[in-house]
Design a protein around this ligand. Structure first.
Ligand SMILES: Cc1cc2nc3c(=O)[nH]c(=O)nc-3n(C[C@H](O)[C@H](O)[C@H](O)COP(=O)(O)O)c2cc1C
Length: 374
């Protein structure tokens, strides 16, 4: 069974990657991940300056009860995973720490795909050169691709993380600056926390991006404990917005991805958000993603997801076997097959067509032509 695929010119043994997050924060984790069978990994985001994280847990998991509407981070039997919530910053290790490790990982696993996630400020030319410095250092260690973190939702600076990802010009400038020095593919990881992600994606493609990765976590807050009246995650009673990942964001992220793949049907996309099984990944493939990335599910499975990747690979093999009669031998043959099934409400059949008219022309509503609708 052929699980391999080619994405942005790179050959992957399978289309499943660990996304940039704690599972890829160290050399030992990444080596374990490749041994476990992941086709690729995106490193924890590397910056030029060390960061200092908050005191206490940086990630917590929100769980739902089966027999009540209770949602809480408190551990209890029988509760199912709803989401992860984190306010972790980028890697707390320096570029100098990463450089020799990237080289060693690539030497040990030359046929696995190592993507370096990078981030710098973008407020002036010096900072834009930091992006180039990071890109060149990772490229020199034979990393296969770069992923630009334009999407971390908890950076205070207006020229970092998702604040860049909300600004189409900055997205374009940063991508172009990195493309100017990169000999390897450049993926732009965008934030889902914008009104129309297609706008920022256009900026990335204008800057020369080879692919878009989406979604990073969604801007969110932990719930307030009704007993203590404190946020379920807090330091000295205070919290700041963080990122939501895991099962809760799967449908949200699919909606973003559908907008992207419809707007740019000929471009490459790496789907992220809420994946823990092959069936979840399949939705992204069918919408037009060539690869997918996983974080929360892997964090909860021995830190790097050995069971998750085994199930993903087995699921893909079973799926290809079940559809062999259609001539599907690789992932590429079904990528995008359901991209065009997402349409406007008015295009969905109703029991009696003449009663609806797309919400136009009804009493009290403007006629379609007045609003310039098609
Ligand atoms: C604790 C934690 C740390 C993360 N750190 C990064 C990071 O450094 N860079 C990045 O691009 N994404 C980061 N992410 C986002 C993940 O890579 C991923 O986009 C997100 O969690 C959605 O995927 P999931 O639903 O599989 O968790 C982080 C996520 C978590 C939970």
């Amino acid at each position: 069974m052929e699980l391999s695929t080619t994405f942005t010119g790179l050959r992957f043994q399978n289309p499943f990657l660990l996304s940039s997050a704690p599972p890829t924060e160290s050399e030992s984790n990444i080596l374990r991940a490749f041994e476990a069978g992941w086709g690729g990994v995106v490193t924890k985001t590397i910056g030029l300056h060390p960061v200092v994280n908050v005191i206490g847990p940086k990630t917590k998991f929100l769980r739902a009860d089966a027999d009540s509407a209770r949602l809480s981070m408190k551990k209890r039997p029988g509760a199912a995973l709803h989401s992860s919530w984190n306010w972790e910053l980028i890697s707390d290790k320096t570029l100098d720490w990463w450089v020799p490790r990237l080289g060693r990982i690539k030497q040990a696993f030359p046929n696995h795909i190592l993507v370096a996630s990078i981030m710098a400020g973008s407020g002036n030319d010096t900072e834009l050169r930091h992006w180039q410095e990071l890109a060149l250092a990772c490229q020199d260690q034979k990393c296969d691709a770069l992923e630009l973190n334009l999407s971390c939702p908890h950076m205070d600076r207006p020229d970092m993380g998702s604040n860049v990802g909300k600004d189409k010009e900055l997205v374009s400038i940063v991508t172009k600056v990195v493309k100017d020095v990169a000999k390897i593919p450049v993926w732009a990881k965008l934030t889902p926390s914008t009104t129309d992600i297609v706008v920022e994606a256009r900026g990335a493609f204008l800057g020369g991006a080879d692919a878009i990765s989406s979604s990073n976590t969604f801007t969110s807050l932990p719930l307030i404990d009704p007993q203590t009246l404190e946020f379920e995650v807090q330091v000295d009673g205070f919290v700041s917005t963080g990122g939501l990942g895991g099962p809760a964001i799967l449908p949200l992220s699919l909606a973003k991805m559908s907008q992207l793949t419809q707007a740019f049907p000929d471009q490459s996309f790496s789907g992220i958000g809420g994946i823990s099984t092959f069936e979840h990944a399949l939705s992204y493939f069918l919408l037009g993603c060539g690869t997918v990335q996983i974080c929360t599910a892997a964090m909860l499975d021995h830190a790097i997801g050995p069971n998750v990747i085994r199930d993903l690979n087995q699921g893909l093999a079973r799926f290809l076997e079940a559809h062999a009669d259609k001539g599907w031998a690789t992932v590429d043959q079904f990528v995008g097959l359901r991209r065009d099934r997402v349409v406007a409400q008015s295009k969905i059949r109703r029991p009696d067509e003449k009663d609806y008219r797309g919400g136009y022309d009804a009493e009290g509503y403007a006629a379609a032509e007045e609003l310039g609708a098609r």
